[in-house]
Design a binder for this molecule. Structure first.
Ligand code: SF4
Length: 368
């Protein structure tokens, strides 16, 4: 197989990994795909502008047994691999033809975690040292990687990720008998966090949603600790896709149904955004039997449960209070704060916002 065909096949299999924080727009860059399909995709570049990322695996072979994963070793599946130097050369050739800003580099596990890490590190090193590439490289850390391998990957990349997959060891052990939650995932994440704090480089992670019987409450409790305790930069959610995993997987028949799985994933992203940008804490989320509402977004649910908080005084309330108002996000809150320095706001129409947002927010505000 030629390198382009191999990379196309490997990039197709990389689609299940979302945890690349190379895009900074709110439009869920990680779900967007370019015209070429799944292997090149447009992103918003940190600092402004747009570019194209190549996202690929080094191999889709894997010695692990993650029951939610289509690449698990027990599955009969065509396996492909590309050598580090060939992938680096392919990337650089493509870069001269297209506006490639970087690469998200991941891999199935070949032989051992550190053997696989070495191949990822080699690819990044060839790009940096041999080809002089100074753009964006995101390396996926393999569960169980040693500190030395993590350090090397960190030194060569702009950001790294290690997927946490589940909120806690109980769910993890239901999905993999070969990996240990604490020694293979949590301990490396703690070490990455140390490196991240001393270098300013980002660590991201991802939950698989619906493969076990984990609840949204459990996921958000972990999310809160990952942001507060480990300083993780971004958290992604990938809803488990029925049919791709082991048919006897615990959550297969219960939580991975049709459209609902996307709504659940969307609610988790909304909750995540409320934590990162709206000042929400774990205690602000309302659950029914451990689940976020599929019908209402978590911010609206909070507003409905706290009528005593409203109406909020648009001309004097602080930013945190304004952000609790349904319909007001960070951009609109900033505009309100700016406009009211110069004039008293008597109507949201005065600050030129879409009518539906003005009507929604207006019900929760007082103007005098
Ligand atoms: S380690 Fe697990 S999730 Fe990653 S490719 Fe292998 S089987 Fe899939």
């Amino acid at each position: 197989m030629d390198t382009q065909s191999a990379v196309e096949a490997l990039a197709r299999d990389a689609q299940y990994d979302l945890s690349c924080a190379c895009g900074t727009s709110r439009n869920d860059d990680h779900r967007r795909r370019g015209a070429e399909g799944r292997w090149l995709y447009p992103v918003t570049v940190p600092g402004g502008g747009t570019g194209i990322m190549l996202k690929t695996l080094l191999t889709n072979s894997c010695t692990n047994d993650c029951r939610y994963c289509p690449l698990r070793q027990q599955r009969d599946y065509p396996r492909v691999a590309v050598a580090p130097e060939k992938l680096a050369r392919f990337f650089m050739d493509l870069r001269t033809k297209r506006k490639l800003v970087g690469m998200f580099l991941s891999s199935g596990v070949l032989h051992s975690a550190d053997h696989t890490m070495q191949r990822l590190i080699d690819t990044a090193r060839i790009l940096r040292k041999h080809h002089g590439f100074t753009g964006y490289i995101h390396i996926k850390i393999i569960p169980g990687a040693s500190r030395e391998a993590i350090r090397e990957a960190f030194a060569l990349s702009n950001a790294v990720s290690l997927n946490i997959e589940t909120p806690g060891a109980r769910h993890y052990s239901r999905l993999s008998a070969m990996k240990d939650y604490h020694s293979d995932i949590i301990e490396p994440m703690k070490y990455i966090s140390e490196l991240s704090r001393s270098t300013g480089k980002h660590q991201t992670t991802q939950f698989i949603v619906g493969a076990s019987d984990e609840t949204d409450r459990e996921i958000l409790a972990y999310l809160w600790r990952l942001y507060q305790g480990l300083g993780v930069y971004r958290i992604y959610f990938s809803s488990y896709q029925r049919g791709l995993g082991d048919p006897s997987i615990p959550g297969e028949s219960e939580t991975s149904d049709g459209e609902q799985r996307f709504v659940r994933e969307h609610r988790l992203y909304q909750a995540d955004y409320l934590v990162r940008s709206y000042g929400f804490t774990f205690d602000d989320f309302l659950f029914t039997d451990g689940s976020l509402s599929l019908e209402k977004d978590p911010k609206q649910l909070w507003a409905d449960a706290h009528p005593e908080f409203f109406p909020v005084a648009v001309n004097s309330a602080g930013k945190t209070s304004l952000l609790r108002v349904p319909g007001i996000g960070p951009t609109l809150a900033a505009r309100i704060l700016k406009v009211r320095k110069e004039q008293t706001i008597r109507d949201l129409g005065e600050i030129r916002i879409p009518r539906h947002l003005a009507e929604k927010a207006g019900r929760y505000l007082r103007f005098n």
